[in-house]
Design a protein around this ligand. Structure first.
Ligand code: CUA
Length: 186
Protein backbone atom coordinates (compact mmCIF):
# COMPACT_ATOMS: atom_id res chain seq x y z
CA UNK A 1 0.00 0.00 0.00
CA UNK A 2 2.70 2.42 1.04
CA UNK A 3 4.88 1.60 -1.91
CA UNK A 4 1.88 1.95 -4.23
CA UNK A 5 1.30 5.48 -2.90
CA UNK A 6 4.97 6.20 -3.33
CA UNK A 7 5.05 5.13 -6.94
CA UNK A 8 1.91 7.14 -7.67
CA UNK A 9 3.46 10.36 -6.33
CA UNK A 10 6.69 9.55 -8.18
CA UNK A 11 4.69 9.29 -11.38
CA UNK A 12 3.10 12.71 -10.71
CA UNK A 13 6.50 14.26 -10.01
CA UNK A 14 7.90 12.74 -13.16
CA UNK A 15 5.02 14.08 -15.24
CA UNK A 16 5.49 17.61 -13.85
CA UNK A 17 9.23 17.48 -14.38
CA UNK A 18 8.76 16.29 -17.93
CA UNK A 19 6.31 19.12 -18.59
CA UNK A 20 8.75 21.75 -17.32
CA UNK A 21 11.58 20.18 -19.29
CA UNK A 22 9.49 20.46 -22.43
CA UNK A 23 8.64 24.12 -21.65
CA UNK A 24 12.29 25.07 -21.10
CA UNK A 25 13.32 23.32 -24.31
CA UNK A 26 10.57 25.22 -26.14
CA UNK A 27 11.81 28.53 -24.68
CA UNK A 28 15.38 27.77 -25.79
CA UNK A 29 14.14 26.73 -29.24
CA UNK A 30 12.09 29.94 -29.51
CA UNK A 31 15.04 32.17 -28.52
CA UNK A 32 17.41 30.31 -30.86
CA UNK A 33 14.88 30.69 -33.64
CA UNK A 34 14.58 34.42 -32.96
CA UNK A 35 18.37 34.87 -32.97
CA UNK A 36 18.68 32.88 -36.20
CA UNK A 37 15.90 34.89 -37.84
CA UNK A 38 17.48 38.19 -36.77
CA UNK A 39 20.86 37.03 -38.04
CA UNK A 40 19.55 35.96 -41.43
CA UNK A 41 17.42 39.08 -41.68
CA UNK A 42 20.43 41.33 -41.01
CA UNK A 43 22.58 39.44 -43.48
CA UNK A 44 20.09 39.36 -46.30
CA UNK A 45 18.53 42.77 -45.72
CA UNK A 46 21.23 45.16 -44.51
CA UNK A 47 20.13 48.50 -43.13
CA UNK A 48 19.17 50.75 -45.97
CA UNK A 49 21.85 53.36 -45.31
CA UNK A 50 25.20 51.90 -44.38
CA UNK A 51 28.10 53.63 -46.09
CA UNK A 52 31.54 52.18 -45.73
CA UNK A 53 34.90 53.81 -46.28
CA UNK A 54 38.52 52.75 -45.90
CA UNK A 55 39.75 54.58 -42.78
CA UNK A 56 43.45 54.29 -43.62
CA UNK A 57 43.01 55.98 -47.01
CA UNK A 58 40.87 58.94 -45.89
CA UNK A 59 43.67 61.46 -46.38
CA UNK A 60 44.69 60.19 -49.81
CA UNK A 61 41.59 60.48 -51.95
CA UNK A 62 37.84 60.64 -51.94
CA UNK A 63 35.26 62.60 -50.03
CA UNK A 64 37.21 62.99 -46.79
CA UNK A 65 40.53 64.33 -48.07
CA UNK A 66 41.55 67.37 -46.06
CA UNK A 67 40.82 69.86 -48.85
CA UNK A 68 37.22 68.64 -48.99
CA UNK A 69 36.51 68.91 -45.26
CA UNK A 70 34.40 71.70 -43.85
CA UNK A 71 31.14 73.19 -45.07
CA UNK A 72 30.05 73.13 -48.68
CA UNK A 73 27.14 75.13 -50.05
CA UNK A 74 25.10 72.82 -52.30
CA UNK A 75 23.27 73.96 -55.45
CA UNK A 76 19.92 73.48 -53.66
CA UNK A 77 20.95 75.91 -50.91
CA UNK A 78 21.59 73.27 -48.28
CA UNK A 79 24.96 72.85 -46.63
CA UNK A 80 27.00 69.66 -46.33
CA UNK A 81 29.50 69.54 -43.50
CA UNK A 82 32.26 66.97 -43.76
CA UNK A 83 34.24 66.21 -40.62
CA UNK A 84 36.85 63.67 -39.60
CA UNK A 85 37.60 62.66 -36.04
CA UNK A 86 41.01 61.40 -35.05
CA UNK A 87 42.90 61.02 -31.77
CA UNK A 88 42.49 63.75 -30.44
CA UNK A 89 40.87 66.36 -32.61
CA UNK A 90 38.22 67.05 -35.18
CA UNK A 91 38.98 68.41 -38.64
CA UNK A 92 37.87 71.11 -39.03
CA UNK A 93 38.18 72.19 -35.41
CA UNK A 94 35.65 74.96 -36.00
CA UNK A 95 32.61 74.15 -38.11
CA UNK A 96 30.86 77.05 -39.81
CA UNK A 97 27.16 76.79 -40.69
CA UNK A 98 24.41 79.21 -41.65
CA UNK A 99 21.32 79.78 -39.54
CA UNK A 100 17.90 78.41 -40.59
CA UNK A 101 19.38 76.20 -43.29
CA UNK A 102 19.18 72.50 -43.98
CA UNK A 103 22.54 71.09 -42.92
CA UNK A 104 23.75 67.54 -43.49
CA UNK A 105 26.66 66.43 -41.35
CA UNK A 106 28.79 63.65 -42.78
CA UNK A 107 31.54 62.32 -40.60
CA UNK A 108 33.91 59.45 -40.14
CA UNK A 109 36.90 58.46 -38.06
CA UNK A 110 40.50 57.95 -39.09
CA UNK A 111 41.36 55.66 -36.18
CA UNK A 112 39.10 54.60 -33.31
CA UNK A 113 35.47 55.26 -32.41
CA UNK A 114 34.77 58.91 -31.61
CA UNK A 115 31.52 60.77 -31.16
CA UNK A 116 30.01 64.06 -32.16
CA UNK A 117 27.76 65.82 -29.70
CA UNK A 118 26.72 69.39 -30.29
CA UNK A 119 25.73 70.99 -27.00
CA UNK A 120 22.24 72.53 -26.71
CA UNK A 121 21.05 70.50 -29.71
CA UNK A 122 19.93 66.92 -30.21
CA UNK A 123 22.83 66.26 -32.58
CA UNK A 124 24.67 63.24 -31.34
CA UNK A 125 26.27 60.49 -33.37
CA UNK A 126 29.18 58.11 -33.31
CA UNK A 127 32.07 58.28 -35.74
CA UNK A 128 33.10 54.72 -36.45
CA UNK A 129 36.22 53.93 -38.50
CA UNK A 130 35.16 52.27 -41.72
CA UNK A 131 31.72 53.87 -41.78
CA UNK A 132 30.23 57.23 -42.73
CA UNK A 133 27.79 58.71 -40.25
CA UNK A 134 25.26 61.08 -41.74
CA UNK A 135 22.71 63.13 -39.93
CA UNK A 136 20.56 66.15 -40.63
CA UNK A 137 20.77 69.33 -38.62
CA UNK A 138 19.29 72.79 -38.50
CA UNK A 139 20.38 75.67 -36.29
CA UNK A 140 17.91 78.43 -35.55
CA UNK A 141 20.12 80.59 -33.38
CA UNK A 142 23.31 82.44 -34.26
CA UNK A 143 26.13 81.66 -31.90
CA UNK A 144 28.78 79.21 -30.89
CA UNK A 145 28.22 75.68 -29.73
CA UNK A 146 30.70 73.33 -28.15
CA UNK A 147 31.16 69.98 -29.85
CA UNK A 148 33.00 67.60 -27.52
CA UNK A 149 33.88 64.03 -28.43
CA UNK A 150 31.30 61.94 -26.62
CA UNK A 151 32.86 58.51 -27.01
CA UNK A 152 35.83 57.50 -24.87
CA UNK A 153 38.70 57.24 -27.33
CA UNK A 154 41.72 56.81 -25.01
CA UNK A 155 43.89 59.11 -22.92
CA UNK A 156 43.31 62.32 -24.85
CA UNK A 157 39.53 61.97 -24.97
CA UNK A 158 38.79 64.84 -22.56
CA UNK A 159 40.74 67.26 -24.71
CA UNK A 160 39.02 66.32 -27.94
CA UNK A 161 36.44 68.86 -28.97
CA UNK A 162 35.52 71.30 -31.71
CA UNK A 163 33.33 74.35 -32.05
CA UNK A 164 30.28 74.94 -34.21
CA UNK A 165 29.73 78.53 -35.24
CA UNK A 166 26.33 79.51 -36.61
CA UNK A 167 26.22 82.70 -38.69
CA UNK A 168 23.56 84.52 -40.71
CA UNK A 169 22.62 82.95 -44.03
CA UNK A 170 23.64 86.00 -46.10
CA UNK A 171 27.03 86.13 -44.43
CA UNK A 172 27.59 82.45 -45.15
CA UNK A 173 26.52 82.78 -48.79
CA UNK A 174 28.92 85.71 -49.26
CA UNK A 175 31.80 83.68 -47.81
CA UNK A 176 30.90 80.68 -49.95
CA UNK A 177 31.10 82.79 -53.11
CA UNK A 178 34.87 82.74 -53.12
CA UNK A 179 35.68 79.64 -51.13
CA UNK A 180 34.79 76.08 -52.00
CA UNK A 181 34.92 74.77 -48.43
CA UNK A 182 34.29 76.87 -45.37
CA UNK A 183 35.27 76.57 -41.74
CA UNK A 184 35.92 78.98 -38.90
CA UNK A 185 39.42 77.71 -38.20
CA UNK A 186 41.67 80.75 -37.98
CU1 CUA B 1 37.54 61.16 -29.49
CU2 CUA B 1 36.74 60.76 -27.34
Amino acid sequence: MNSKLHSASAAVAERIERRWAVISVLIIAFLTGMAAYAGVHQATMPQSRVETIDPVKLHMSGEFVESNLGSALEPDGSVTVRVVGQQYSFTPACILVPKDTKVVIRGTSADVVHGILIRQTNINTMLVPGYVSELPARFNRVGEYLMPCQEFCSVGHEGMWAKVKVIEQAEFTALAADKRRLSCVE
